[in-house]
Design a protein around this ligand. Structure first.
Ligand SMILES: Nc1ncnc2c1ncn2[C@@H]1O[C@H](COP(=O)(O)OP(=O)(O)OP(=O)(O)O)[C@@H](O)[C@H]1O
Length: 314
């Protein structure tokens, strides 16, 4: 059984798509009723969540460090909190992450709790603990930037929808569904190659390559149906130019794309994704577009790097 938490740090992003201050207040009250100490930090901008977590886990005396860090936000916030947590020491006193979904897509939350209400899942974390456990989850390290990836990274069409989604009204998963449908119409594949542990997996016209991580992207597209978050390996799926991009929402809704001639699926420790015509590879990870990469992205697994509260195995 995972040890019960005693000291919580709540890191909340007021700019996340479905943030409400009442949720943070309710969460803090529930934690205060059960734990020895509870601190709340509201983020001020990009990168602040990482800094706040790093300060809390590195600078406080050992007996005062949080053993539970709650990220209130979407996948971007969760990744920033994970980045702060991954640098803590490798001993068993490491703080574990719990997610309260307050973003637009909330794919990370779905990975660990399958969309159960957070109030219910939190009570498993704070209570006797038979319904929740900490899992040591794999991360990927993107060599070109040094950043850690939790949910996954996608190129091509999967990255392009992020600029489109910002122009659409609303804040939920349906906005991503509309963005994908719009971006898919008329999308032109790029010349790409994906290599897994030095062995080519796919080469040619590419619609997207998704590396991870989480099974679902945008909270709803089951791009990596075989992914296990703590198997020490990264999964990758490449959709090539034989697939009609307009069919992707339907095919990836339940993972039917895997096994079709236009999809390749692999698993390994190092995954290299390239664009071969000299143009920049359009790439996102954890729901944020990346502009510091060139035409290659190299993902190395960091096995079992992040303790996360998740549903207990049945
Ligand atoms: N105070 C702030 N003002 C503006 N942006 C912020 C602030 N604090 C954090 N951020 C940034 O907001 C970004 C978006 O947050 P997040 O991804 O959690 O929400 P979302 O986009 O609604 O959710 P999802 O990724 O699940 O769709 C994060 O990458 C983070 O860097």
């Amino acid at each position: 059984m995972s040890p019960a938490a005693q000291r919580a740090l709540i890191v909340a992003n007021p700019a996340a798509g479905r943030y409400r201050s009442a949720v943070v207040e309710r969460l803090a009250a529930v934690c205060r009723a059960r734990l020895t100490s509870v601190a709340v930090h509201r983020t001020t901008g990009p990168g602040d969540a990482t800094d706040a977590v790093r300060r809390a886990v590195a600078e406080a005396p050992a007996g005062q460090r949080p053993d539970l860090v709650v990220a209130v936000g979407g996948d971007g916030t969760v990744r920033e909190v994970a980045e702060g947590l991954v640098r803590q020491g490798a001993d068993d006193t490491r703080a574990a992450l719990f997610i309260v979904p307050a973003g637009s897509a909330n794919s990370d939350y779905r990975m660990f709790w399958d969309d159960r209400p957070w109030q219910e899942t939190l009570s498993g974390v704070l209570g006797p603990g038979h319904r929740a456990e900490t899992r040591r989850v794999d991360l990927a390290r993107l060599a070109e930037t040094g950043a850690h990836v939790l949910l996954g990274s996608c190129t091509g069409l999967g990255a392009q929808i992020l600029s489109r989604v910002k122009t659409l009204p609303g804040a939920g998963r349906e906005r991503y569904a509309r963005a994908l449908a719009e971006a898919a119409a008329g999308y032109r594949p790029y010349p790409g190659r994906v290599t897994v542990d030095g062995v080519p997996l796919a080469e040619g016209p590419t619609i997207l390559a998704n590396v991870g991580g989480g099974r679902y992207r945008a909270g709803q597209f089951l791009l990596l149906p075989h992914s296990e978050p703590d198997d020490g390996l990264l999964d990758v799926c490449v959709i090539d130019g034989r697939t009609d991009p307009a069919r992707l929402p339907e095919l990836t809704r339940d993972g039917r794309h895997v096994g079709l001639p236009g999809a390749a699926y692999g698993r390994g420790r190092r995954i290299v994704v390239e664009r071969l015509d000299g143009e920049r590879l359009v790439l996102e990870h954890d729901g944020e577009l990346q502009d510091r990469t060139g035409n290659t992205a190299t993902f190395d697994v960091v096995p079992r790097a992040l303790p996360v509260w998740a549903a207990a195995a049945p």
